[in-house]
Design a protein around this ligand. Structure first.
Ligand code: M6R
Length: 612
């Protein structure tokens, strides 16, 4: 939530800052701003409400501001409505200190009160303005320089932050600090960059540094120095990012979402290939040995949103194949429960961004209780990846659209591999079955590609239903997990009210919402549940529903009940989520397009939810 960037180097900063922000707009887009300065000139701030393009117009793509040092911000409002006044950068009372911030300062009111007693005044409703003035307060009170002023303020604030700061007295320098919010720093050819996420600086450098929690960085042209909160210098090695800069561009597609939908065969293939070597699953890089796997009594899977839906699907597969009980929990709920946990368990967190605040908090809780933790993460070097005991990376590449598609698909693959490997190690399947499953898994990319051949029909259907008021998704077992994801995808990009209901629960309440013409998407890919699903679809149909049946080739009975049927290729039942989700993603995408909405940046959402 919120994206921040910084540049100090030989070139004019404005354009570079706007370019970086354009790659971070998925993190928040209710307002944006930049602050730029030249050696002898005061820091100049320009802010605009609305999308980044408004700021770009206002600043002539950044060229209107002169200076080779600057910071920028794209906002997802937490404290204070979206407005020019609340937009970042924020400045201290006399503009000695200017900063951009991503995160939440929980005790900002307390800090405002304290500073008010010292004659500070406030122009915005933001927590950031309190933070900036606090830095200014310590800077002036102790005259001890930026690093010490920032570290004193860090000790005083509660909450989370990634902050980039300019000091009037220190031209050609940017100071940065973080706690529980992401920030990376890159250096190349006499310039230094900072950003909330890698794509923002991928056009300029691939060598990046990860600044750790409670560390401070000083960026000068082409150099960066790190300090701990006591002000002692810390040595760091840079890491080379392998992502292709093009992966963060639209490459001719109209939206990132449709591009990323089409990248799924590759994301699935790359994730399989990174974990299956010589026809064997290889978790050695993650440190998941057979000995560890053999000892696990129980698995907890804790995550948010679509990553949670991956957990729901994984539960069915792991329990069925590996025979290990699995508890799946929403991270935001889990962290406030006092759930007694079995110490011999594996605690799995799933996260595309690796920065989701609730998931991170759940991971920390599990670690405190001494559980062994495994993170399934897409963003290399993210906080969750760095804090978990074991890490498995999904190979989806940068995902830009707020609605996840390819990262979800790559996460599913990792959970299949866990189910299969754990089943083998624990003697629940033999080598022959193991090999058969892995062989079938390799066919998934091609099967996903085949589903794209049905795009036109789905597009037509989407246009027909683009004005629906409510859309329901029903399924049983694994198909219930897919329903949840199909429904979330639809509601986030189309703004149509949608619910996923376990088909067996319909009669316990939801069926009362079915009216003449209500669209119900019935998902039926699990053989032993098909008859029951067909009855549930009959039940809604006889109450006026218009029924879409999503099933595998061969289940032609579906057409006797459904008004419209979409088929997916046959595969091992445990892999059907990877195929069934594709038409549902396409449906959501094309409904959003028909409604003329901003598919990649749906209202009120942000890609990475780094606040509670
Ligand atoms: O980065 P994470 O996987 O931890 O994010 C979790 C959710 O915020 C995310 O899946 C969200 O629900 C997406 N917008 C769904 O498309």
């Amino acid at each position: 939530m919120c994206g921040i960037v910084g540049y100090v180097g030989p070139q004019q900063a404005g354009r570079i800052l706007l370019d970086g922000l354009s790659k971070l707009e998925y993190r928040g887009y209710d307002s944006a701003g930049i602050a730029v300065r030249d050696n002898d000139r005061p820091i100049e701030i320009v802010k605009a409400k609305g999308r980044l393009k408004v700021l770009a117009e206002k600043t002539n793509n950044g060229d209107a501001l002169r200076g080779t040092t600057g910071i920028g911000h794209t906002r997802w409002a937490t404290h204070g409505e979206p407005s020019v006044t609340n937009a970042h950068p924020h400045h201290s009372n006399d503009s000695s200190v200017v900063a951009v911030h991503n995160g939440i300062i929980e005790n900002y009111q307390e800090i405002r009160d304290k500073l008010t007693r010292h004659n500070y005044t406030f122009y915005s409703e933001t927590d950031t303005e309190a933070f900036v003035n606090l830095i200014d307060y310590y800077y002036k009170k102790y005259s001890m320089g930026p690093i010490d002023a920032i570290s004193k303020a860090m000790v005083r604030v509660r909450g989370s932050y990634a902050i980039a700061v300019l000091f009037k007295d220190y031209p050609n320098e940017i100071y940065a600090a973080r706690k529980d919010n992401p920030m990376i720093i890159g250096v190349k050819d006499g310039a230094s960059y900072l950003a909330s996420d890698v794509p923002a600086i991928l056009n300029y450098t691939r060598n990046i540094y990860y600044i750790d929690n409670l560390e401070i960085a000083r960026l000068t042209p082409g150099e960066v120095h790190f300090f701990n909160i006591d002000g002692d210098e810390v040595e760091k090695e840079s890491v080379e990012i392998k992502w292709d800069a093009k992966a963060a561009e639209k490459n001719g597609y109209e939206h990132f979402m449709i591009k990323e939908i089409h990248e799924q065969p590759q994301a699935v293939r790359d994730t399989i290939n990174s974990l299956v070597k010589d026809d064997k699953i290889d978790f050695t890089e993650a440190g998941l040995t057979d000995e560890i796997i053999g000892k696990i009594n129980r698995i907890y899977i804790v995550s948010c949103g679509s990553s949670y839906h991956v957990g729901v699907a994984a539960r069915y597969n792991i329990e069925k194949l590996a025979g290990i009980p699995v508890h799946v929990e929403l991270a935001s709920e889990f962290r406030y429960r006092s759930m007694p946990m079995d110490p011999e368990s594996l605690f799995i967190v799933i996260s595309q961004s690796g920065e989701t605040a609730d998931t991170l908090a759940a991971l920390r809780l599990a670690k405190e209780q001494g559980l062994s933790t495994l993170a399934i993460v897409n963003v290399v070097g993210s906080t969750i990846a760095r804090e978990a005991d074991h890490v498995i990376y999904t190979m989806a590449g940068p995902e830009i659209a707020v609605a996840t598609t390819k990262a979800y698909s790559a996460q599913l693959i990792v959970t299949y591999l866990i189910a299969i490997q754990f089943a083998l190690v624990r003697g629940r399947i033999d080598e022959e079955r193991y090999t058969a499953l892995l062989t079938e898994m390799q066919t998934l990319p091609k099967k996903i590609t085949r589903i794209f051949e049905d795009t036109e029909r789905i597009q037509w259907f989407a246009a027909k239903h683009s004005n629906d008021k409510d859309i329901f998704f029903i399924g049983r077992g694994l198909d219930y997990g897919i329903s949840m994801e199909g429904s979330l995808k639809l509601k986030e990009v189309s703004y149509i009210h949608s619910e996923a209901t376990a088909a067996g629960e319909l009669k316990h309440g939801t069926i009362s919402l079915i009216e003449n013409g209500t669209l119900v998407v019935g998902i039926l890919t699990q053989n032993e549940l098909i008859e029951k699903m067909l009855s549930n679809m009959e039940e809604v149909k006889s109450r006026g529903a218009y029924v879409l049946g999503l099933t595998t080739y061969g289940n032609y009975k579906t057409e006797d009940v459904a008004d419209f049927t979409v088929y997916i290729p046959r595969t091992e039942e445990m892999f059907t989520p990877s195929l069934a989700i594709i038409p549902l993603q396409l449906l959501a995408y094309y409904i959003s397009v028909s409604r003329g909405l901003d598919v990649d940046k749906p209202r009120n959402l942000a890609k990475s939810v780094t606040v509670e």
